[in-house]
Design a protein around this ligand. Structure first.
Ligand SMILES: *Cc1c(COP(=O)(O)O)cnc(C)c1O
Length: 375
């Protein structure tokens, strides 16, 4: 038995013991047919999660954390003399803009308020004014705050102006139901340690094959992180171009089996129940939550630090950590916040147990309950 920790940070998530143990396998060379078969099945499962027709879409696997997907999508999908539009309303879309700057990609960084859904008219105006936009990029769920972006509407706009639509779904994939076609997505992405509740080190982009094939003619900006190169190699050989994270792939295979056993709807219902329990627990203690529930993705609650001289996030964190619960700081500049997330193999009863410990921590450090919020 491995000690079970309840991770309330925004990934990596709590995993099942069966997923942890799936990594212990006989040594194998990833060029073996047996391993190629596992890779092909993995691709089929990853497509199935977002209802992507394998005739139209491919899943392209990479060895790295989730940011590698952002890097690859942005650096690989920009044709010559065209522009990227970044819908920026959070830390993750800011990271996408940083990647564009880093590669000197021609882009428009459309900065919007962090605490509300984007003004679609403002997006449309940019698309009207800038016909060179070939790729619209947005974050489905800004994990720093919990904000949900209306991807279907943004995707519809992108397509009306003949641009591809890429969505960072790292913190919704395999949690909130996604349908590539209905949600107007050309490219989405995630990493194994979040929605599918597997291990870190494996990331994947799901995208339209015709668009990936067209990108073979675009300027190349990275060798290891090029979408077409990896796609082409996998299509031909069923292998990643370079050494894959072998044991992590065995864990992902087990995690997909558990995903389909639980089922899309039941899994989303479980995450929703966990989130509601988090939300209610924070509200009961008087915490103010940054994003109203109506525009939240229903997976991350960011609570403002209380106005209490005794509040010290580190002390509360350490108290909870010693008892098997991990809480996480916020990600909005100049605002003290912490986050509790509903990712992973956890249930309502874990959150009930957490709030017992959390309330005990507040008491131990003399923080008044309900907490003071000056607003
Ligand atoms: C977790 C996450 C990422 C990837 O972060 P890594 O630290 O590179 O794994 C990217 N986008 C979003 C929205 C995320 O939540």
């Amino acid at each position: 038995m491995v000690k079970r920790n309840v991770l309330l940070n925004p990934g990596p998530a709590t995993t099942t013991d069966t997923v942890k143990m799936a990594q212990v396998v006989p040594d194998i060379c990833p060029r073996e047919k047996e391993f190629v078969k596992i890779m092909r099945e993995l691709e089929a499962g990853l497509l199935n999660i977002v209802h992507a027709d394998p005739a139209v879409y491919a899943a392209v696997l990479f060895c790295g954390s989730g940011t590698i997907n952002m890097d690859i999508c942005l650096n690989s999908l920009l044709p010559e003399n065209k522009k990227i539009l970044i819908i920026n309303n959070g830390a993750y879309s800011s990271r996408a803009a940083e990647i564009c700057e880093f590669y000197h990609l021609d882009h428009i960084n459309l900065k919007l308020p962090l605490d509300r859904q984007p003004d679609l008219q403002a997006i449309e105006e940019v698309l009207q004014k800038e016909p060179e936009i070939a790729l619209v990029y947005t974050t489905h769920h800004e994990t720093g705050t919990g904000l949900l972006n209306p991807i279907r509407e943004i995707g519809d706009l992108a397509h009306r102006y003949h641009a591809l639509f890429a969505v960072d779904t790292t913190s919704t994939y395999a949690m909130r139901p996604i349908d590539m076609q209905k949600d107007q997505i050309d490219f989405c992405m995630a990493s194994a340690q979040k929605g599918i509740m597997a291990m870190t080190g494996l990331s994947f982009i799901i995208g339209r094959k015709d668009a990936i094939e067209a990108s073979a003619a675009y300027p190349t900006r990275s060798y290891y992180c090029n979408l077409y190169l990896q796609y082409d190699y996998f299509q031909k050989h069923g292998e990643m171009h370079f050494t894959p994270p072998v044991q992590v792939i065995y864990a992902a295979r087990q995690a997909l089996k558990e995903y389909f056993d639980e089922g899309e709807e039941a899994k989303w219902a479980r995450h929703s129940e966990v989130f509601q329990t988090i939300y209610n627990g924070l509200a009961r203690l008087g915490f103010q939550i940054y994003i109203p529930q109506e525009i939240s993705a229903g997976l991350v609650a960011a609570a403002l630090y209380p106005d209490d001289p005794n509040w010290d996030f580190e002390k509360i964190h350490d108290y909870c950590y010693e008892r098997g619960f991990t809480i996480y700081p916020g990600k909005v500049d100049n605002m003290g916040m912490f986050r509790l997330c509903a990712l992973g193999a956890i249930e309502k009863k874990d959150i009930d147990a957490f709030f017992e410990v959390f309330e005990e921590a507040l008491g131990t450090f003399d923080i008044r309950i309900p907490v003071r919020q000056e607003g």
